[in-house]
Design a protein around this ligand. Structure first.
Ligand SMILES: [Zn+2]
Length: 78
């Protein structure tokens, strides 16, 4: 996962774990809607909240917790 700074805006960028190959870009800026919160633990493993839902044909829905993908029950992937 990469944190991108674009002026005052911050984004978390990573490839969709569902396999569609899309780059997911989550806004971390306080003045953006929707926005996400990214934290890393002491091993620099990211935790993102709330969960991420892809609206493309992939439709995956997951959490990122301590660098791991936790699939939601309504995700077609798991
Ligand atoms: Zn996908």
């Amino acid at each position: 996962m990469t944190i991108v700074h674009d002026g005052v805006d911050k984004w978390a960028c990573f490839h969709c774990p569902g396999g569609c190959g899309e780059t997911i870009k989550l806004s971390l800026s306080k003045n953006q809607r929707p926005r996400w919160t990214a934290m890393s633990d002491w091993l620099r493993r990211p935790t993102i909240s709330p969960s991420v839902r892809q609206t493309n044909e992939c439709r995956c829905h997951f959490w990122i917790r301590q660098g791991r993908i936790d699939w939601c029950k309504d995700s077609p992937r798991r």
